[in-house]
Design a protein around this ligand. Structure first.
Ligand SMILES: [Zn+2]
Length: 469
């Protein structure tokens, strides 16, 4: 069984006896970074009555990462600045054309031969993709469980996920890397799952794939993620405990058996924060913070009633309405939000303000990811034109972009720019296309995703272009 947070103290003591110098330095570092938590064994996973905890304290994890990598803060600030600018221009209007995104996922499954269950089946991983596509498009069956007062805030994110079908070398893939490892458990503190020399697996280009590592995560932790940076870091992704994947298969934890740990963790990759603000149970306006969303009620949950643990999130599945120190009257706090810690069966919504934040991320630091074509298999038609290439750049683009064409022989060519709603925006025809570069301009069009179809009688290629200003 998983050791649970309480046993972490034993490990820390053993480590102390073995490597006193290291631990003294580590404790010193924690005192500098987290003075308020210096008495705790693990400041990023505060103590809980429960054996498992959904996620890390994300705000402190960000500080932890910035402490380890001093350059990260500037990249994180650049991403936040870009997202804030987008939100200022678009966030409150909500009248922009709604972009439809398809994001390719690659699962890195790290399994140790001593624990065969770690080798999650492809079928179970496909079920996880289906969970994501239901939850992120609000077609999950339990939308009927969203309480009436919260229904007006609930929304689809209009995002689809796929298992990647083309790997970084342009070859067909299942979207799953199974890597046998000698490592028996993985910690968030050294990001081992992402590091081959610690038994992990190397990231696929985060500009083209959403990377999710599945492994025996230690400490009773079900998952952790990184907020986006600009540019994206080569560790960008989520790490998930192997017993909390999908909604069918090996799922021994009844509270976490519907695949919503990954729904939650991808929320962080889209820059969503925990509704209680990771502030230790305080309320906004009284020294606390929140998630930046007006439509998720203020939450502190400083209760210690089994649902609250005294430091913010909600565990289990309380009866609705559930009030706390920050939302004292009905409808209380939104423990049904996917960014909570409550049981999978109790979660059923994202809100419109969360959608605005995610849209800012997808139009900002993640804009290049949504142009990825890795959801499409390497096609036979592309093999047929193996000695041809089409390059669309810059991508993302503020509006003006180029289509560079190299063909095996001089040929007539059609270029068509199509919106996500299927409308043809621009067309261009050319003879003797080989070696030419064509300029197109979407400056007058709304931001968002467009398709560029390049074709003639022999072939057809569709590229994505993201317009972001
Ligand atoms: Zn979280």
């Amino acid at each position: 069984m998983n050791p649970g947070p309480e046993k972490a103290g034993i490990f820390a003591y053993i480590c102390y006896m073995k490597c006193r110098v290291t631990i003294v330095f580590a404790v010193f570092s924690l005192l500098v970074v987290f003075p308020a938590f210096s008495q705790e064994v693990n400041p990023l996973i505060p103590s809980t009555k429960h054996s498992y905890v959904r996620c890390l304290d994300m705000e402190k994890y960000e500080l932890f990462l910035e402490k380890q990598d001093p350059g990260r803060k500037a990249r994180r600030d650049a991403a936040m600045k870009q997202m804030a600018k987008w939100t200022e221009l678009h966030g409150l209007k909500r009248t922009d054309s709604v972009a439809s995104y398809t994001i390719p996922i690659v699962f890195h499954v790290l399994w140790n031969s001593a624990t065969p269950a770690e080798k999650i089946s492809l079928a179970q991983l496909k079920r996880q993709i289906e969970v994501l596509n239901r939850d992120y498009n609000r077609i999950n069956a339990d939308t009927i469980d969203t309480p009436g007062p919260f229904k007006p805030a609930a929304t689809s994110f209009n995002i689809s996920f796929c298992l990647a079908q083309t790997d970084p070398n342009g070859k067909p893939t299942t979207g799953v890397v199974y890597k046998q490892t000698s490592t028996t458990s993985f910690s968030y503190s050294n990001n081992a799952a992402k590091l081959p020399y610690l038994g992990g697996d190397t990231i696929w280009d985060p500009n083209k794939y959403l990377n999710i590592w599945i492994c025996n995560l230690s400490g009773g932790l079900l998952g952790y993620s990184e907020f986006p940076t600009k540019p994206l870091d080569n560790t960008f992704g989520s790490v998930i405990f192997y017993e909390a994947v999908g909604d069918s298969g090996y799922l021994p934890l009844p509270a976490y058996n519907l695949g919503r740990t990954i729904t939650h963790e991808i929320g962080h990759l889209l820059d969503l924060h925990h509704p209680w603000g990771d502030d230790g149970g305080l309320c906004p306006g009284s020294g606390g913070t929140d998630d930046g969303c007006a439509d998720t009620p203020p939450e502190g949950n400083n209760l210690n009633d089994g649902y609250g643990q005294g430091w913010g999130p909600t565990f289990g599945c309380p009866p609705f309405p559930y009030t706390d120190n920050c939302s004292t009257t009905s409808p209380g706090i939104m423990f049904e939000n996917y960014m909570e810690y409550s049981n999978d069966s109790c979660m059923n919504l994202f809100t419109k303000d969360q959608y605005t934040i995610a849209s800012a991320a997808l139009s900002g630091p993640l804009a290049i990811l949504v142009t990825s074509t890795a959801c499409t298999a390497p096609s036979s038609i592309q093999e047929y034109i193996f000695n041809a290439s089409v390059n669309v750049y810059p991508n993302p683009s503020p509006g003006k972009f180029n289509v560079a064409v190299s063909l095996s022989d001089p040929s007539h060519l059609n270029i068509e720019v199509i919106s996500v709603l299927g409308q043809t925006i621009q067309t261009l025809n050319s003879d003797n296309a080989n070696g030419k570069t064509y300029s197109l301009d979407l400056s007058a069009q709304p931001e968002g995703l467009y398709f560029v179809k390049i074709s003639n009688t022999s072939f057809s290629i569709v590229k994505k272009i993201m317009v972001s200003r």
